[in-house]
Design a protein around this ligand. Structure first.
Ligand SMILES: [Zn+2]
Length: 119
């Protein structure tokens, strides 16, 4: 980030101009307000800024958005590949909910709905 960029961003915010960015999230975008430092961080690395904003690693952030916030089973199949079934429950989970559930178990591998079916 060059010094001129910082000076411009600081002039804008000191003048009372509100800066915002729309971050990619499952289902669309989420608009967030940015102070001068956040705006500069966003300009430099938008994806990394977004990942930090949602409390995820860059890789997890990209996966969370790509999967539309749906948690995927973390079990290994009989053929040795990772199971690709969804963990039962809603899609478009918040980043925190997704982080807690992603890599859990689908119904086939003993996840929640398997227990519900037995009950
Ligand atoms: Zn599974």
């Amino acid at each position: 980030m060059c010094i001129e960029d910082r000076a411009v961003v600081e002039r804008l915010t000191l003048a009372g101009i509100t800066l915002s960015a729309t971050l990619d999230v499952p289902g669309g975008g989420q608009t967030v307000l940015l102070n001068a430092d956040a705006a500069l961080a966003y300009i430099a690395r938008p994806e990394a800024f977004s990942a930090d904003y949602f409390g995820l690693s860059l890789e997890d952030y990209e996966t969370w958005v790509a999967l539309d916030g749906q948690a995927i089973c973390g079990a290994t199949t009989k053929t040795g590949t990772r199971c690709r079934n969804p963990v039962s429950g809603p899609i478009q989970l918040s980043s925190q909910q997704w982080r807690e559930r992603h890599g859990g178990l689908c119904a086939t591998h003993g996840g929640d709905s398997a227990h519900d079916a037995e009950a």
